[in-house]
Design a protein around this ligand. Structure first.
Ligand code: WTA
Length: 567
């Protein structure tokens, strides 16, 4: 039996009833995110309203209305279903930079009943292959610049039938590779879509844990109730807003709040397909007169580093609401944004698994700098004792942050990994894997992660993946990857390596190991430092104690080693 307990009645009369009402959904009726984010808005008369204001790093700009969104996603859905021969329920990966086809492709996959599997386009060979292999992906939509990686992965992926290239031009394609030129395809006014059930799988996002390969968090179409309502209430979206979410749709923030939440609300989104640069970002905020901005602590710290003076050179007067997610938001960042932008960043907390914001500083609520805020109405959150699994029930006492798994956007499973999914639940609570405390006013305070996952610049990196890649170098006998403090990214990866007997440390070897990793992982997972050590601390049963290494990096007490040795 699934540990997720959904009482559909709550989606009609309870806290989520407002979303169901607005989206005109009733239990038992079909529900399709792709349709909700495009066709429905056209029906409501928003067809001519801009949906996407897109710009890339070279300054190329494009503008699409909701009617364009409707027709282009229809066109792409038709293509995927009929030209590419893909079926409802099949996993279709989007391996693209933030080009318009990524946004259209995401909704198109959902429209035709496929499962969208967005992957960060900077992933290297191993990171890509592992996730496609686990998902049994049927097709990858990509662009020329990433085709080499996809081709190499495909050699070892018998289930991968089609590779679709959105900018193939005159490129010679191999069998099974298709060119999709969206602008040239006949526009499909009506897509005889797959009327998906509310509980039909929608999105598969991969997320890392301490052990094993990344897990595919599987969401359903019903999640739109959560994304719709939280986007409206937490991000404070209003009809005339121009909204900018910095996140790449390779990560959950980039889909839940970079596609679904805002578009289900009929909001105009601005998208910048370019890396971070303070002046570039300010110019973008100014040019599009962005009113609501959803960003991340690492980006804010980078902006702080470049100073308020720079910000003052731009007209940012349109900004009305600021929110942040992904890592603890430092109190200084809240104070700085108040001084610089005239308003504070509002911290929000959630995870790939929760699908939508679960704890937040709602607009109008008193912000306690450093606190994540309070549970979103409709979400029951608490802090449980790690031993008993029961709520600690005492203000200020830290424990495991836990949620009742009864809100629409909570994941329904980890793809092909029911054991890992079952392990996330205890006494009817979903355990987030984070530690937190609740103060006397009901505000939640983040303490830290309860596992060895590294949060670098808001991106989770699992030690297992890095360590596996490191072991592929012939000189490496053992390795451990842990978080090391960093002023901008909060954490960066530090690797510890034990070499095989007879191998000596030198610069060349270090470079070789780095190159091994670079090809296989993403830039985020690259260690900032490699320490060559004679041995690693281990439990008696031989498990590497990353906690000991981590504590050393943070100058924290290592804790009671005798009990850890008993593990
Ligand atoms: C961390 C991103 C502190 C936390 C949406 C969580 C945070 C993980 C916050 C999820 C916050 C997210 N304060 N930590 N406001 N928001 N985290 O799955 O450890 O990529 O479990 O989802 O990021 O990261 P994920």
């Amino acid at each position: 039996m699934s540990p997720v307990t959904l009482e559909t009645d709550r989606f009609v009369h309870g806290a989520w009833g407002e979303a169901a009402h607005d989206l005109e959904w009733h239990p038992g009726r079909p529900l399709n995110i792709g349709w909700h984010c495009s066709d429905r808005l056209c029906r409501l008369g928003l067809g001519e309203k801009p949906a996407l204001l897109w710009e890339d790093h070279q300054g190329n700009a494009r503008r699409y209305t909701f009617d364009d969104l409707r027709v282009l996603t229809n066109t792409m859905a038709e293509y995927l279903r009929h030209a590419a021969g893909l079926h409802p329920g099949e996993r279709i990966c989007l391996f693209l930079d933030r080009v318009p086809e990524l946004y259209f492709g995401f909704l198109a996959i959902l429209k035709m009943g496929g499962i969208a599997q967005p992957l960060f386009s900077a992933f290297g060979d191993d990171s890509l292959w592992t996730r496609l292999d686990n998902a049994g992906t049927a097709a990858v939509v990509t662009q020329r610049k990433h085709l080499g990686k996809v081709r190499r992965a495909r050699e070892r992926l018998p289930e991968l039938r089609a590779v679709i290239v959105v900018d193939a031009g005159d490129l010679a394609l191999a069998p099974g590779e298709l060119a999709l030129d969206l602008e040239r395809l006949p526009r499909v006014e009506r897509f005889a879509g797959h009327a998906t059930e509310a509980e039909a799988p929608s999105v598969l996002h991969y997320t890392s844990g301490t052990t094993g390969q990344p897990k595919g968090a599987q969401h359903v179409h019903l999640s739109v109730l959560g994304q719709y309502l939280t986007a409206r209430r937490v991000l404070d979206l209003r009809p005339d807003d121009v909204y900018w979410c910095n996140a790449d749709p390779g990560w959950v923030t980039g889909t839940s709040y970079g596609i679904i939440g805002p578009w289900a609300n009929g909001i105009t989104q601005a998208v910048l397909d370019a890396g971070f640069q303070s002046d570039r970002w300010y110019a973008f905020l100014e040019k599009y007169r962005v009113t609501v901005w959803y960003s991340a602590p690492t980006a804010i710290r980078l902006l702080m580093r470049d100073g308020s003076e720079l910000a003052r050179r731009y007209d940012l007067s349109a900004l009305r609401h600021l929110a942040s997610v992904g890592e603890p938001l430092n109190p200084e960042a809240v104070v700085w944004s108040r001084e610089t932008f005239g308003r504070p960043f509002h911290d929000t907390y959630w995870q790939t698994e929760t699908g939508s914001i679960v704890v937040a500083n709602l607009p109008g609520m008193e912000v306690k700098p450093g606190s994540m805020g309070k549970p979103f109405p409709g979400v029951t959150a608490t802090v449980v004792d790690p031993q008993s699994g029961e709520p600690v029930g005492q203000p200020g006492r830290a424990g495991l942050l836990a949620l009742r798994p009864d809100f629409p956007s909570i994941i329904r499973s980890y793809w092909r990994n029911p054991e890992a999914f079952a392990a996330k639940f205890r006494n009817g609570w979903y355990l987030t894997g984070d530690r937190a405390s609740i103060d006397g006013d009901g505000y939640f305070w983040f303490v830290g992660r309860d596992d060895d996952v590294i949060n670098t610049g808001g991106h989770l990196v699992g030690p297992f993946e890095i360590e596996s890649a490191m072991l592929e170098h012939p000189a490496v006998a053992e390795s451990a990857a842990v978080a090391k403090p960093d002023p901008v990214n909060m954490e960066v990866v530090k690797a510890f390596v034990v070499l095989k007997p007879g191998r000596e440390v030198d610069d060349e070897l270090e470079l070789e190991i780095m190159n091994t990793l670079r090809k296989r992982l993403s830039p985020l997972a690259m260690p900032q430092e490699i320490a060559f050590v004679p041995s690693l601390p281990k439990t008696r049963s031989g498990k590497i104690m990353r906690r000991v290494l981590r504590a050393q990096e943070w100058g924290e007490p290592v804790g009671d080693l005798s009990t850890m040795m008993e593990d």
